[in-house]
Design a protein around this ligand. Structure first.
Ligand code: SF4
Ligand code: SF4
Length: 374
């Protein structure tokens, strides 16, 4: 039986609208027809939670076309987010809510989040009165519940939740790879949210897709235990098995991923003890790999003055670090940097690191990539 949080009483899968399918051919255009099919499959399975953001290029507009214009407003719940750093000023930050309402045509948001809070940007949310702004929006009926997504230490999370006790939920990066990762601290952040009695929305359960393609030793562990289950299913079920979870967001990018997610999440069973032991073994295996923990969120790329495709370069490097695939990694690097900046073009301005929720030392890691690929 699903637990009920904030009026949400459904199996715990949310449709993350961050990595929507693109039309093949190079142009960065969302494949709205495919998204419509995915939305319909999701709703038909009895699921209701959709998650977009002001800064997910084109996502709010696609949400209107695929969801809002085609389904009754009370048949789903919709979350979006206000991003202070991307706004650049108090006035523009506050304007994001009305723009999101306009782009989606949703009339109101069931969940509204202050986006990707960390110690580097918290001052903007405080100084511009954005905590008060979301409360006022709730009083006006423009949003139903407000919370924030968070990428920093448990100490800072505790401080924020103590200062803002009326926050209704928290969105955290939780997956089995980051559970005890010292720079992501999934487990400790989750425990802080629980201590404050806040329902948790889980993001990045598959770590930007990385856990869909883990090292061979982990794939083997999962396949030997349950040959019929997909590899990413372990990651999503791990997250959804935690108590106190409002929903687990899966950023699905095609119909196949939707079909796979629905196969085990529309009738969800938490991991049993034997399956939890297998996850522990997978965590031990992962700890041996020195990969770059990039989730391909692309927050770093729009502001790069050298047009460096940072997540694509890191993905090529991870092919070598995780799987030892030198030729494939090189071919991917050559392809992805053909008309863009190479790793060595970095002028070390640092804007990307200020945006990175994973706190990756991007400039240093690009130097490693340049040494490997150029
Ligand atoms: S530090 Fe390098 S990669 Fe980062 S934004 Fe500046 S030029 Fe681009
Ligand atoms: S480097 Fe950081 S900001 Fe850029 S895509 Fe990866 S995780 Fe996101």
């Amino acid at each position: 039986m699903a637990e009920e949080y904030l009026g949400q009483n459904t199996p715990k899968l949310g449709f993350g609208l961050m990595r929507l399918p693109r039309i093949p051919g190079g142009e960065d255009v969302i494949d709205v027809e495919q998204v419509k099919t995915m939305v319909d499959m999701f709703l038909e399975a009895g699921l209701t939670y959709f998650d977009t953001a002001y800064v997910y290029g084109g996502s709010e507009v696609a949400t209107k076309a695929a969801l809002v214009d085609r389904h009754p407003r009370d048949s789903y719940t919709l979350a979006t987010k206000l991003n202070a750093r991307a706004a650049g000023s108090e006035e523009k930050a506050k304007r994001q809510l009305s723009e999101s309402l306009e782009r989606t045509g949703a009339g109101y948001f069931d969940y509204y989040l202050l986006h990707a809070i960390s110690k580097d940007n918290l001052g903007l949310y405080d100084d511009w009165g954005l905590w008060e702004f979301v409360k006022e929006a709730k009083e006006k009926g423009l949003i139903r519940h407000y919370g924030f997504s968070f990428h920093d230490t448990p100490e800072l999370l505790n401080e924020i939740l103590t200062k803002h006790p009326d926050v209704e939920f928290v969105q955290l990066q939780i997956n089995y790879a980051d559970w005890d990762n010292p720079s992501v601290t999934s487990r400790r952040n989750y425990e802080v949210a629980r201590k404050h009695g806040k329902p948790v929305v889980i993001m990045e359960p598959v770590k930007g897709g990385t856990l869909a393609n883990p090292p061979q030793s982990i794939r083997k562990l999962f396949k030997e235990a349950e040959p019929e289950m997909s590899v990413p299913s372990w990651a999503i079920r791990f997250a959804a098995s935690l108590p106190g979870v409002l929903t687990v967001l899966s950023g699905m990018s095609n119909i196949e991923q939707m079909r796979d997610n629905l196969s085990y999440m529309s009738d969800f069973h938490p991991l049993d003890e034997k399956e939890q032991d297998i996850i522990k073994k997978a965590q031990e295996e992962l700890a041996k790999v020195n990969s770059i923990p990039c989730t391909s969120c692309h927050y770093c790329t729009p502001g790069c003055p050298m047009n460096i495709p940072i997540p694509d370069i890191f993905s090529a490097m991870n092919k070598i670090l995780i799987y030892g695939q030198k030729e494939e990694g090189q071919a991917q690097y050559d392809r992805d940097t053909k008309d863009k900046g190479k790793a060595s073009a970095c002028i070390e301005c640092g804007q990307c690191e200020a945006m990175c929720p994973q706190h990756i030392r991007i400039r240093d890691r690009l130097k490693e990539c340049a040494a490997q690929f150029e």
